[in-house]
Design a protein around this ligand. Structure first.
Ligand code: DGJ
Length: 722
């Protein structure tokens, strides 16, 4: 009794215990989620704009279960479906208690305990409110003390209910070199699922983010929108179920497809986090909420500067030697890049990595290409005052490798079936702790032996097929998809604990692996193997809906482009790449003097403006999906600086040119404009440039810009005049 009293005192000091009948209010600066307990059931009363401290809605009854379970009253898709040790397929989630605690300045954590009244099966729901970012993170945990394992068939991270006239779902589809295409559909009665079953390269076809626009299609600046993102690198599922009453149930979490999980006594099953954000001011505000939250609370080193880098992939592919790399390093340094990134092809001796058919898994330097080892390259970079980074694909193996010869049982495979290759490679089984250790040690040792490695590009070039494991027991084979995701995150956690300052790029053969679960351990990501500037306008537009510019690697590459064969001016390529984190994937020796000079100045300019791009608020203005031009701008938090971009995608002779308006400035501030990246010999693009403009003028009247022909572009630096 004494102990219990003491525990209560401690809990009260660190957090606030709520009385069940009070509404449970999970609040951010402008939004809130209200839950209430009725007859022991946890209900959702409200989700939307923040409400006054008192009012009738707070006394309303909740219509929707906050977290539904299969088997009793439910007639819809559920968040939890557990089959108990005795075969009972139902679970009741009775309310036990709730606490609210402050976690740092602007974060609160609400923890709600639920328990089945008959079975020792416990569910905990967590809601973390990021107050200043208007974003809620939620996840759940299950545990039991039944005598035998409980089998989990559904295990959503979170559930949301909405009641509106109509719902418009914006989701994002993709493929290799064609990621993040925006699609919008009206949800009709029934179920719409956005999911993946690919395991490793999970986001290859569908990205784990979406918007639900309420009552009408989504716009950038007005209307009620909810943005959702799941933090999970393996199979995921978003499920939207609309009924005849126009009610919408949203469930999101790990994909239950072929993934039933036998939960042992006392084992804790934790779901990944689901983030959601509500705005009555359109998608643009949701994007800004996600961007600022990611920079402040989520991305690894989210608030630190980034390296602008030169990557040798499109410059050399697999064929390089020391002199070839030396020349790229020297040129990259002269142009002003911060880092040289050595891509695929540097390893393997018995099975040299001269193409994608051999060597993966054998992480020793190829002695023929690099007789002096990584150390020599690092030194070469140091001598040229530039940092060094390296490519790895540590979760994969070629059958033609020493690793596979030694550990054929380490690959994902089905018994008595032939291997199925993709890009000539197989996936290592990260559900196996031994394999996790191998992957961790590969990276850890490389970084320990070469402490000057400042950057790692972590690639992942195939999805899982033949999903079986020699490590998992026969009755646990269906755990593979979940245990792989957990294995990957656990390896990343260990790597980042030992190497917190090395920068990591998340790459899945382009954007085939991009989710907030992985991004917790990465500084940045590679959005696409498609580096064609025109297509990048669309791909980057899509990525910007949920992921911040500071993390989006955008590289200037060759013309004609290697993927599309399109020819575009160097200025256009720089102007597009400079709206994210700038880099280059191009043989500098193919550039002429004028181009080198232009690149030097552009990189110099980028260093001056990048802070606004990295930490500013993004406003998307003219969409490339709706116009022959695309425009956007970033505005610093103090609204004293901005960078504006206009891209002409296609020219039509009879087309009336738009007025180019900015967004997000202070209407009363006075600004001056500076056109940057003017190519030698070309004049200014602004018609009738004035010395000062008010923010109101720039946003409401707009500029006349000369954008002539396909792939013309303008970038303006905007600065307050004090
Ligand atoms: C796929 C990546 O997306 C490319 O940038 C490059 O690193 C290749 N893999 C190397 O194999």
């Amino acid at each position: 009794m004494k102990k219990l009293f003491l525990l209560m005192c401690i809990l009260c000091l660190s957090s606030r215990l709520l009385i069940a009948q009070e509404p449970i209010r999970i609040q951010t600066k402008n939004t809130e989620l209200i839950l209430r307990v009725e007859n022991k059931e946890l209900k959702q009363v409200y989700f939307g704009e923040k409400l006054p401290e008192s009012g009738t809605i707070l006394n309303e009854r909740g219509r929707y279960p906050a977290y539904s379970a299969f088997g009793l009253g439910e007639q819809n898709e559920v968040a939890l479906h557990a089959v108990h040790a005795d075969g009972n397929t139902s679970t009741k989630l009775d309310f036990v208690g709730v606490t609210q605690a402050q976690e740092g300045d602007d974060v609160t954590l609400t923890t709600i305990q639920l328990k089945d009244p008959v079975y020792p099966f416990f569910t905990t729901l967590y809601y973390k409110a990021y107050v200043n970012n208007d974003l809620i993170e939620c996840w759940s945990e299950y545990k039991h003390q039944e005598k035998k394992p409980v089998t989990l068939y559904q295990f959503a991270s979170g559930q949301l209910s909405l009641k509106n006239r109509s719902y418009w779902l914006t989701h994002f589809t993709g493929d290799w070199a064609g990621e993040f295409n925006e699609k919008q559909v009206e949800l009709t009665e029934g179920i719409k699922i956005i999911d993946t079953k690919l395991g490793t390269r999970a986001t290859f076809y569908n990205h784990p983010v979406s918007f639900i626009s309420l009552d009408k299609p989504a716009t950038e600046d007005e209307g009620e929108v909810v943005g959702l993102a799941l933090a999970w690198p393996s199979n995921y599922r978003f499920l939207f179920e609309k009924n005849s009453q126009q009610e919408l149930r949203v469930l999101a979490g790990m994909n239950p497809y072929a993934s039933q999980y036998r939960l042992k006594k006392d084992e804790v099953f934790k779901t990944p986090s689901l983030m959601y954000s509500y705005s009555k001011n359109g998608k643009g505000e949701i994007s800004r909420n996600f961007h600022s939250w990611a920079r402040t609370h989520w991305l690894h080193n989210g608030d630190k500067d980034r390296y602008s880098l030169m990557n040798n992939w499109e410059a050399t592919y697999f064929s390089f030697d020391e002199p070839a790399l030396q020349s790229i390093i020297q040129d990259a340094s002269k142009m002003g890049f911060d880092l040289f990134l050595l891509d695929d092809g540097w390893f393997g001796n018995k099975h040299p990595r001269n193409s994608d058919n051999a060597g993966l898994g054998d992480w020793q330097v190829n002695k023929e290409k690099l007789p002096n080892g990584i150390g020599w390259l690092v030194k070469e970079c140091v001598n040229n005052n530039i940092k060094f980074g390296i490519w790895l694909e540590p979760e994969m193996v070629n059958p033609k490798s020493e690793l596979f010869e030694k550990h054929p049982d380490w690959v994902i495979q089905q018994p008595n079936r032939e291997h199925r290759l993709f890009r000539n490679q197989l996936v290592l089984d990260l559900s196996n702790p031994k394999v996790q250790n191998f992957v961790f040690e590969t990276v850890d040792q490389l970084l320990k032996e070469n402490p000057d490695i400042a950057y790692v590009k972590w690639d992942c070039n195939r999805a899982i097929t033949n999903g079986g494991s020699t490590y998992l027991a026969p009755e646990e084979q269906s755990h593979l998809w979940i245990d792989y995701g957990r294995g990957f995150l656990s390896v990343m956690d260990r790597v980042r604990t030992n190497h917190p300052d090395v920068h990591f790029m998340l790459c899945g053969g382009g954007g085939g692996r991009l989710d907030y679960g992985s991004l917790k351990y990465f500084e940045e990501y590679w959005p696409s193997d498609n580096t064609d500037a025109l297509q990048r306008v669309f791909i980057q537009w899509g990525n910007s809906q949920f992921f911040p510019a500071i993390a989006m690697c955008c590289h200037v590459s060759a013309s004609p482009n290697h993927q599309t064969q399109r020819r575009t001016p160097l200025k256009f390529r720089f102007d597009v790449a400079m709206s994210g984190k700038l880099g280059m994937d191009l043989q500098p020796r193919s550039m002429n003097e004028n181009e080198i000079q232009f690149a030097k100045e552009a990189i110099n300019t980028y260093n001056r403006i990048k802070n606004t791009i990295f930490t500013g608020d993004l406003y998307r203005i003219l969409s490339p999906y709706e116009n022959n031009v695309a425009t956007l701008n970033y505005v610093s938090p103090e609204k004293d600086k901005a960078v504006f971009y206009a891209y002409r995608l296609k020219s039509h002779i009879s087309e009336v040119s738009p007025k180019y308006k900015m967004k997000g400035l202070d209407p009363d501030k006075k600004y001056k404009l500076n056109e940057i990246n003017i190519f030698p010999g070309e004049g200014s693009s602004i018609s009738g440039l004035q010395e000062t403009y008010t923010g109101a003028y720039l946003m409401n009247s707009g500029l006349s810009l000369r954008l002539n022909g396909d792939y013309d572009s303008v970038v303006l630096e905007v600065e307050e005049i004090i």
